[in-house]
Design a protein around this ligand. Sequence first.
Ligand code: URA
Length: 233
Amino acid sequence: MERLDKRLAATGKWSRREARDLVRAGRVAVDGAVCRSPEQKVSEDAPVTVDGVSIGAHGPVYLMLHKPAGVVSSTDEPGARTVLDLLGEEYQNIGLFPAGRLDKDTEGLLLLTNDGPLAHRLLAPKSHVDKVYYVEVDGVLDQEDVEAVRRGVTLGDGYECLPGELELLSDNCAHITLREGKYHQVKRMLASRGKPVTYLKRVRFGPLELDGALPRGAWRPLTEEERKAIFSQ
Ligand code: URA
């Protein structure tokens, strides 16, 4: 059993406050009967509707998180602070996981969802979803690095990266676009160029751009347009 406002907020469609307002406005029905009490406990399988439309059983949730450094992307690393720890209580037990991972010290855009098929599709190697990172290095980036990334860098273990793009922003800062997601890939690519990464932030994942209004550690549900965009990716 859980509170009605929590159940509504867990869909990712409304904030907890919006959910309370919907309930108080008489727009929410449980088991077919209008319920005006946000704190009403409802069972997991009780049918809930808003304006007569079912919200589904914990329907799919899509959140954009601005991951700060210092938290891990996995959901259950013992002793570590995880990205799920940044979310409210109502998001703890609905099967959310990050679609792709960022290193503990990497910041930026992470999509959290409980929609396995979508995440699977976005992460499948053949999907080649663009990921764009802002990167700072120890050293001076130059045109040779741009060319090397364009051709495809060979990593220390012999792996040949797919061609990417490096857009120089200043001597030691750039945007780098990759279409794959190997372990520590940006760090390993630039290390192989002799320019170790000192700061890394993901600013784009496919059609999703990190919302500049989200401070580190904050999150929000995807907008309708963003949802449509990831589904048509
Ligand atoms: N590449 C890295 O090296 N680290 C990340 O977190 C993401 C991409």
